[in-house]
Each structure stands twice: as C-alpha cells, then as structure tokens.
Design a protein. Structure first.
Length: 278
C-alpha cells in the first residue's frame, strides 16, 4: 500500500507574481512595483531678491539731515536764479533806456538870522538861526517819472557838520523832462537852542577864523519811487548833499546873501540794513 502524499502550503512566497492592476489609458508597465510619488515641497515666496540665500534688506527712509540739505540746496539755487534774472532785466532796461539820476541845484540862500550867545562861564552856548533857500530839481529822463516823499532839509557847517537848522519840502511828482523849483524854503532852529559844549566852541572858533563867515552844506533826505508806465519800483532812500556854499553873518536886521555860484549837489542812495545806513 503506497503511502499517501500530503500536500501542505509552503511558507515561502510564490515565485509567480500577481499581475498589477491595469493602468488607465490602456498602457502597461514592465515594473512590478509602482513608482513612489515624492512628497510635495512647500513653495517659498521670494520677497525682494531672486537669490533665496541672499539676506533680505529693508528699504531705509531718507534721514532728516538729508532732507534739510536738499531743501537748503534748492532754496539757494532758486534765489540765485531769481537774482540772475533780475540782474539781466535791469541790465536790459539800462541799455535800452539809459536812465540818469535827477539833478538838484541851490539857486539862492538867504541868512535872515544867526544869533550865537554863550553863558557867562562859557559852559553852554545857544543858537537861533533862520535861513531861506530856493531849490531847483530836474528830471533828465524821457521815460521815467520820479515820485518823491517829503524832504527833510538840514543846514550844517562844512566840514564839521554842526547842525544849524532844519526844514521840510512837501512831496511832489517830477515828470519826464520836468523842471521843478521850490522858493522860500524855510530852514530854522528852535529859538535859543542849546548847543553841545564841543559844537559851541567849534562854531565860535570858525567864526573868528573866517571873520564872521561860514562854509555851509545843505543835506536833504527823502525816499523816491521810479515809475515807467504801469511799472513801479520800490521806494529807496536818497540823500542830496549840496556843498561849497559860502555865507556871511547878517548885521543887525539886514539879510545876508550866501554865495551859491560854486555850489554842487550830489545824489547818493541810502540803503538801511537793520541799524546801519549806507
């Protein structure tokens, strides 16, 4: 009796592999194992640079010092350009119209009163004076008009500039090629005006040395505005100085005429910056 063969399942895996499930679209694969899908990497956004390893830099705001320097630079540049344009316009106007300053002439000067008295101890002196002058002004320009404010007129000695009296000339308008005259301009000092000790001594010595004669100077201060059509300039200060006037003291109630034949008048600009006048 032949022995029965008992068949037991083997513990080893079978060499026959099971077919993989079919792949869609009818394609087959020769690899028995499916390709593993790599894990999805997170996407990092690059903020400011194309190189991810380069450290990021923050955009810095301009400092206050830089802003201040820029403002100062542009302000100075605009100011220089404005001055340059104004200078070019002034040069152009001067070349085209050739403006000339006004002229002044002292036609006559009368001395009505000149009384100088001193105290008994010669510590103080008092002056009482009265002058009468005729002034002529001319505008030599054919395109410009001069508008004057009131004049402050002073009579002083030359060259010591000891104050002898003052007066005023009203405001007036001097047109193109215009001639304006003022007669009977009164210049006087307060009755018995007290002089400084040094001025009193200087005036006495001048009268003795020149035999009751005096070298006089007339000073006139005002402001003027220049007009050309509808254009107007700013008012600027001027001083008119008329020198080389020789006068003699009157005797009694007689009137003394000063010599004005050689009198010359000069016009100067008066520019005031704070407390200084040039």
């Amino acid at each position: 009796m032949a022995p029965k063969d008992n068949h037991f399942p083997s513990s080893k895996p079978s060499s026959i592999a099971t077919a993989p499930p079919p792949i869609p679209n009818g394609s087959t694969t020769t690899n028995s194992k499916p390709n593993p899908i790599p894990p999805r990497q997170p996407i990092r956004q690059q903020l400011y640079s194309d190189h991810p390893n380069q450290p990021q830099r923050r955009r810095q705001r301009p400092s206050n010092r830089r802003i201040c320097c820029c403002c100062c630079f542009w302000s100075i540049l605009i100011l220089l350009i404005t001055i340059l344009i104004a200078s070019l316009l002034a040069i152009g106007l001067y070349v085209v119209y050739q403006p000339r300053p006004p002229s002044f002439t002292v036609a006559s000067l009368r001395i009505h009163r000149f009384n100088l008295t001193a105290s008994a101890d010669s510590s103080a002196a008092h002056l009482s004076s009265l002058f009468n002058l005729t002034l002529i002004t001319k505008n030599p320009n054919s395109q410009f008009v001069f508008s004057y404010e009131p004049f402050l007129v002073s009579v002083v000695t030359d060259p010591d500039k000891i104050f002898l009296g003052n007066g005023t000339i009203p405001a007036f308008l001097s047109g193109e090629k215009n001639l304006t005259s003022f007669r009977g301009v009164v210049v006087s000092s307060t009755e018995a005006r007290e002089l400084d000790f040094g001025d009193g001594l200087g005036l006495k010595s001048d009268l003795k040395r020149r035999r009751n004669g005096l070298d006089l100077k007339i000073l006139m201060d005002t402001k003027v505005e220049i007009r050309m059509g509808k254009l107007k300039s700013k008012r600027v200060g001027i001083r008119v100085s008329c020198g080389e006037i020789r006068g003699n003291l009157p005797k009694g109630k007689a009137i003394s005429m000063a010599s004005t034949d050689k009198a010359k008048c000069k016009v100067d600009l008066r520019i005031k910056i704070w407390n200084w006048t040039f």
